[in-house]
Design a binder for this molecule. Structure first.
Ligand code: ADP
Ligand code: MG
Ligand code: MG
Length: 870
């Protein structure tokens, strides 16, 4: 069985389609090699070998090591160097590379093959002693950290004291003699920490490094990253072993990272950073401040020209924006990595739109290039343009959007604070992969050092989180929990606002507003509409929300919750009067006060939705929720009704429920207090008929909630139809309307064939259906559901993403059974799930007619519905 795949000399044993086997990095290296792009030769150990290593007690699969030795020989021939040979030694990098890119999460070792002998050979061969010893000290610290578990900060401390002893600022100022001494101190450190000398045998170094890379798949930060990004734990990582090229050979060498287009804005311009005389992670780790790629044009015009050529070829080949890593060794360019670049939502949209216009991709691909999750980011807040403010400082605009929150200086603290419901901004000198958990819960991230491709910037953009990076004015004292910017001193818990679009850092809380949608975004959504089959409606209770939703492309209202209208202004007084009424007559008197308000609401809603269907749900929540709480409230009702406060109190106590969500609510109210629903139907129909007379196109759909038995619906439908028809006749208009029900109890789904006899439509209320099917209270689940998700009992919070195996089966059953009775029955979903991409996919699959979601999720639902159909 083949575990080792060679690449070099213009051809590779695998190619770009082998991501599963070779990992993303290995596949990219193979593909670039096949394209004739200059890549240092090497070989990839497959993910299969990694998985086998895990399942077989950390043993390599049979044959792997021999294949590796063979590939190593081939590499020696390709490079003309010898692994472990003193004259002209071959050095390699050992690089992790999973199927999905996990930037910086796993380990890499550079300059492997150096030891106390080969370092002399390297010095001699290169004629550059300083370079050889610089490579060796880098190797010892990387290998020490990654393989030998000697913490990185020990090496850092030694380097720091060496720099201060020699009175130099940056490591490039250290002399050859300094570096030799540094190597000696590093070797002493390793000996002290591990009890053994630094391993000198190159093959042994190689084996240990491979094991460390395999092992890094399971380090805590990689696990956290996978959990957040939903990457399966059983994919494993490949290992790439590649001949080293050296960016640390002096002023004609360097290393950089770049994007073929701007990952923040999407602008079609080569974008990136590089460092002269540097190696590997120096650029991203923020060791020195990197220079913008444009300046390479002056410094190394030839190399820059080649680089441009390579990026154009890569884009033409992959037909997508690429994130590339390169190294220049003595004016010769080498490519070390290419992958599809992570980008902000704004950038994704611009790039998809541009690439379609450039003829690089077709319309379908353009639609598929923008994910529903990214669209979600676009709907994130910005600083209110009408607000005047002065910025305390300005850093790099690393990831757009704005955020307000309390300052915290450590990731664990961020997680604690966020766990208590606080909004926080994570403020760090720079971030590392260990900060991933804190970044995930923060509103935004602010760093003092690092560039546009620093860890903080890249990760924040991927998360759709606002980030200001490299803000040099910050003086952070994490131990004292203090941040100084000029004369201003801020402490942990103080509010700060950051603007990732401009890089500004502002003291205190600044008002944020929802963003405007770009015309490119509107185009992508319009293109989505060409492909989707699912309708997209909105959940809205007010004309304002309805108008917003219509602008976002809503095709009607899928759920109007009438009770929300009951709480506005003084209306609640009349509602309480109605609830506490002693007789149907008294109740009717109170209802007569409410009706004009309701009618006014419906007039506004129908106007905003002229020409589109409007589903209105009759009163649903338990009466319990409307009860007066304070003495003052009770007195108000007493005054209005003439009843005594004591009488009212007693009545209120009678209405108290132990389990209100399973109590006197939904259609049960309609059955026991028909006059309430009658009033609502009258208000709906009178409003509809009046507007019809004005010439508007009104399409009311009256929805009865919480039906569990067909007889409940039959009774309420009869009432609804007789009240409606009487009003329609009175107004003398032509009016089509529908009467339907929510399916939100298991019994309703199970008996949907019977219920469909009385229903023109089903709207699956998956919030309650999830609550009633799982027997998990929506309002109390916070105490244990997060643990369930963490333990993977549920893959996702079932109130966020539909539980397909449970609740989903009931929905499917409801649709199928409903159609048996009434083939043309309209079906939709109106729970929170309507705006969740995975749930939208599910709704598409089982053939619902529409999803309904909150206004700001409409664009997400439109795009998700298109993705589901493509
Ligand atoms: P990551 O997955 O964290 O990006 P990489 O495997 O890409 O890790 O390695 C990090 C950096 O090390 C690369 O960006 C590159 O600069 C450097 N590097 C890796 N392999 C080589 C090599 N063969 N020659 C020179 N530099 C290398
Ligand atoms: Mg890399
Ligand atoms: Mg409900």
């Amino acid at each position: 069985h083949k575990y080792v795949f060679f690449f070099g000399d213009g051809k590779a044993e695998g190619d770009g389609s082998d991501k599963g086997l070779l990992g993303g990095k290995g596949a990219g290296l193979a593909e670039m090699t096949n394209l004739g792009i200059p890549v240092p030769p090497g070989f990839t150990i497959s993910t299969e070998a990694c998985i086998s290593y895990y399942t077989n007690n950390s043993q390599y699969p049979a044959g792997m090591w021999d294949q590796l030795l063979e590939a190593l020989k081939k590499l020696e021939v390709a490079t003309g160097k010898g692994f472990g040979r003193v004259e002209n030694p071959l050095l390699v990098s050992v690089r992790s590379g999973a199927r999905a890119s996990m930037p910086g999460m796993m380990d890499t070792v550079l300059n492997l093959g150096l030891n106390d002998e080969t370092v002399l050979g390297l010095a001699k061969k290169s004629g550059n002693e300083r370079f050889a010893w610089d490579s060796y000290r880098r190797f010892i610290s990387m290998f020490g950290d990654v393989v030998l578990d000697v913490a990185h900060h020990h090496f850092e401390a030694i380097l720091r004291s060496m720099k201060s002893e020699r009175n130099v600022q940056v490591d490039t100022d250290l002399t050859t003699a300094d570096l030799k001494e540094l190597v000696g101190r590093y070797e002493d450190l390793v000996k002290k920490e591990t009890g053994a000398p630094f391993p000198q045998e190159p093959l042994e170094q190689l084996k240990y490094s491979i094991n460390a890379v395999f092992g890094s798949w399971n380090n805590p930060r990689a696990k956290t990253y996978r959990r957040i990004n939903k990457i399966p734990d059983d994919w494993g990582t490949a290992v790439n072993i590649q001949a080293m090229v050296f960016g640390n050979m002096g002023d004609t060498s360097g290393t950089g990272v770049a994007f073929t287009r701007n990952p923040s804005t999407g602008e079609k311009a080569f974008f990136g950073e590089y460092l002269i005389n540097a190696q590997g992670e120096d650029v991203v780790a923020g060791i020195r401040t990197p220079e913008p790629i444009a300046s390479l044009k002056d410094k190394m015009p030839e190399v820059y020209g080649q680089l441009e050529e390579v990026y154009l070829r890569l884009e033409a080949h992959y037909k997508d924006m690429q994130d590339i890593e390169f190294t220049v060794e003595q004016n010769v360019l080498y490519m070390l990595q290419t992958r599809t670049g992570k980008r902000t939502a704004r950038s994704a949209i611009k790039i998809a739109h541009d690439m379609f216009n450039e003829g690089l991709i077709d319309k379908k691909t353009a639609v598929l290039r923008v994910t529903p999750e990214q669209v979600d980011q676009l709907l994130h807040p910005m600083i209110d343009p009408n607000v005047q403010y002065t910025a305390l400082a300005k850093g790099l605009p690393a990831s757009p959007g704005a955020a307000v929150g309390k300052i915290v200086f450590q990731s664990e603290h961020a997680e604690d604070w966020a766990g208590r419901g606080e909004k926080v901004i994570l403020v760090r000198v720079e971030t590392s992969p260990d900060d991933i958990g804190g970044m995930n819960v923060a509103q935004g991230i602010l760093t003092a050092t690092g560039g546009m491709t620093s860890h903080a910037a890249v990760v924040a953009r991927g998360m759709g989180k606002c980030c200001v990076a490299g803000c040099g004015a910050l003086q952070i004292d994490a131990a004292k929990k203090e941040l100084r910017i000029g004369d201003t001193v801020l402490r942990e818990g103080d509010f700060i606002t950051i603007n990732g679009t401009t890089g500004e850092v502002i003291n205190g809380q600044v008002d944020l507003v929802e963003p405007e949608l770009s015309s490119e975004f509107a185009d992508i959504l319009d293109w989505s509409d060409e492909y989707r089959r699912l309708g997209v409606r909105t959940n809205a209770d007010t004309p304002h929300d309805s108008t917003v939703a219509r602008e976002f492309g809503a095709e009607g209202i899928g759920l109007c919750r009438t009770e929300h209208m009951f709480f506005e202004g003084d209306r609640i007084d009349a509602v309480r009067e109605m609830i506490l009424a002693e007789s149907p007559d008294a109740r009717r008197r109170a209802l007569a006060k409410i009706k004009p308000y309701q009618k006014e609401d419906f007039l506004g809603l129908f106007r905003a939705m002229d020409g589109l269907p409007v589903t209105i749900r009759l009163l649903d929540p338990p009466l319990h929720e409307f009860l007066p709480h304070t003495e003052q409230d009770i007195q108000k009702v007493a005054n209005a009704t003439g009843l005594s406060a004591a009488q009212l109190k007693r009545k209120a106590e009678e209405l108290h429920e132990f389990n209100p969500m399973l109590g006197h609510r939904g259609c049960r109210l309609g059955i026991s207090h028909p006059e309430v629903y009658e009033m609502q139907v009258e208000a709906i129909m009178e409003a509809a008929c009046e507007l019809k007379k004005e010439g508007l196109d009104v399409k009311p759909e009256i929805m009865i909630p919480l039906v569990g038995h067909v007889k409940e619906l039959a009774e309420l439908r009869e009432m609804t139809v007789s009240v409606s028809d009487e009003i329609i006749a009175r107004y003398g208009v032509e009016m089509q309307y529908l009467v339907g029900t929510m399916i939100e109890l298991p019994r309703a789904a199970i008996t949907a064939d019977e219920i469909a006899r009385e229903a023109d439509f089903f709207s699956f209320g998956t919030n309650d259906l999830t609550q009633t099917t799982l027997g998990i209270s929506r309002d109390d689940s916070g105490k244990f559901l997060p643990l369930y998700v963490e333990k993977k009992i549920f893959p996702e919070d079932p109130f966020v993403s539909i539980d397909e195996a449970g609740v989903g089966v009931l929905v499917q059953m409801g649709v199928d059974k409903g159609r048996q009775t009434r083939p043309d029955i309209k079906t939709g979903i109106c729970g929170e799930h309507g705006g969740d991409p995975a749930s939208v996919f599910f709704c598409h699959r089982i053939g619902l007619d529409y999803v309904s979601c909150s206004p700001y999720r409409i664009p997400i639902a439109r795009l998700a519905a298109a993705h589901a159909a493509l």
